[in-house]
Structure formats: structure tokens, C-alpha cells
Design a protein around this ligand. Sequence first.
Ligand SMILES: [Zn+2]
Length: 142
Amino acid sequence: MNIHFVCIRRFLWALPCTMLAVIPGVVTLLLGGSIRRVGHTIEVGVRHSQEQVPCWISKYPFGAITLGHVIIGQSHELLAVLRPHEQVHVRQCELFGPFFLIAYPLASLWALFRGRKPYEENAFELHAVRESGCTEKMSAIT
Ligand SMILES: [Zn+2]
């Protein structure tokens, strides 16, 4: 199969997830953020280094979020550290396509139903941690 066709198919299949990044991505840019292209993803960071991140943002319990082929993070410094984890989420979006928007919350509900933590013990998070060896927590660089 032609490699370009595979790339286009993955891009289009994940597009509904990617579209969710438009508003938070624009807000991040309006807050002084910047964009970088890394491989076949776009990384949007609020600031370059974690030291420059405003306190009200740095207190968030996670450092980055992946929406399709867009990864929004507190800083590009933190995005670089979390990249292996977030890239696993990108591949999950490419695999599940628009169904990822349903599957991820259902995995959280399933974890909650079993008396587990809905975020940390979400099957998609556990997979990303297992594959990358890191979490999305800020402790990755602090
Ligand atoms: Zn994650």
C-alpha cells in the first residue's frame, strides 16, 4: 500500500479528534503560545520553558493533552519530555479515529465502575504509560 495513502488515511481518520484542538489551540496562541511541527504532529506550547509558564496553568494536574494530531502542553520543554507518552495517544487516535472520542470516556467510566481512578487507571492512559514509560504529570521535569 502506498505510504502517502496510509498517512492521509490516518490523518483523515483522526481528523474529528484533531478538530477538537482548534479552540484550545487558538486560546493557547492568544495566551502567547507558539506552534512547532514535530514529525506528523503539531505541538502547541503556552511558553518555551516550564519556568515561564504562569502559575495558574502550571498547577494543572497534567502537562499536556493530545487531540488527534495536535498536542497542547504547558511548555515546549515539557512537551519534549512527554512526547513519547503523547505520541502513543496520537497512535490511539489514528487507530480508533472518531470512536476514540467515545472510547476514552468509556474507559474512564469503566475504571470508575471498577472502583479505580478514572484518569490514571483509564486503559488508554495505562497503555500510554506502558508504551512510553512516562505519564503526563508535571513531575516529569520538576
Ligand atoms: Zn496520557
